[in-house]
Design a protein around this ligand. Structure first.
Ligand SMILES: [Zn+2]
Length: 257
């Protein structure tokens, strides 16, 4: 059965890959609270600190099964003209062999911070600040109230993570790669295109799920493969042009080696 993905790829000139939450890493906040021997109420005024701790914890987590799934996928598509749209913000894909130049991540990245009021040029690498906050909590055992919230150098307002869940998310952070993706997609018109949609849900359906369905519908030479454990259903319009596999994409890809 796993052969199917390889067959579809081999038979195509272009491969568009959409990655969703089933392929994403979710750090469990409760785990962190347990380790700190605290509960959510202790953080009620300091939710921002928990965000930093989640980001730091994820940096140290074992994500090898995700990286290897990405690498299996890479091996299958590396000789094709491909592009990736990911809904995930975990940044794990950048640890794989996939080229950064061929990825757009419209939901942002847990590895970056931005100003909460959107100051231009405020998007920055989060690592140093994340490590500093985590150090104050874990090593220095500071009380949450003693930890100073990192702020924007321009306006002094708090920094937030550069992810779509945050109020004030700056779209500017991904527009360049998104534009590149749109151009790439234009070039697939009426070409043999294989769309691989891996583990999406209905949170931002217009970015991958519905968008891919539309592309598959409009391009006569396109074929769509949906691998999804929770929402594998296909629309009737795509009958004969789409295949669905009800399975977690990580498990599916593991079966391809
Ligand atoms: Zn600012």
């Amino acid at each position: 059965m796993n052969q199917k993905m390889q067959e579809l790829i081999s038979d195509s000139q272009f491969v568009l890959i959409g990655i969703g939450p089933e392929f994403g890493y979710q750090m469990d906040r409760q785990e962190i609270l347990k380790k700190l021997n605290m509960n959510m109420d202790d953080f009620s005024d300091y939710m921002w600190i928990l965000d930093y701790l989640v980001a730091e914890e994820q940096k140290r987590a074992d994500v090898s099964k995700y990286v290897s799934a990405y690498n299996h996928l890479y091996e299958m598509v590396k000789d094709k003209n491909y592009f990736i749209v990911t809904l995930n913000t975990d940044d794990i894909i950048y640890e794989s062999m996939f080229s950064r130049e061929k990825i757009t991540a419209p939901c942002g990245s847990i590895g970056r911070l931005q100003c909460s009021c959107g100051c231009e040029g405020s998007i920055q690498n989060a690592e140093e600040i994340v490590n500093s906050i985590a150090h104050q909590v874990w090593s220095e055992k500071r009380h949450l109230s003693e930890i100073e919230r990192p702020v924007c150098q321009t306006c002094g307002k708090p920094l937030i993570f550069h992810t779509v869940e945050q109020e004030g998310y700056m779209e500017a952070g991904y527009l360049k790669s998104w534009e590149k993706y749109r151009m790439w997609l234009t070039g697939t018109l009426n070409r043999k295109l294989c769309l691989l949609e891996l583990g999406t849900d209905f949170k931002f359906p217009s970015v991958v799920r519905w968008a891919f369905e539309k592309v598959a519908f409009l391009n006569e030479k396109a074929v769509l493969m949906r691998v999804c454990e929770k929402y594998p259903q296909l629309t009737e319009e795509l009958q004969g042009k789409a295949i669905s596999i009800k399975q977690n994409p990580l498990d599916y890809l593991r079966g391809t080696v």
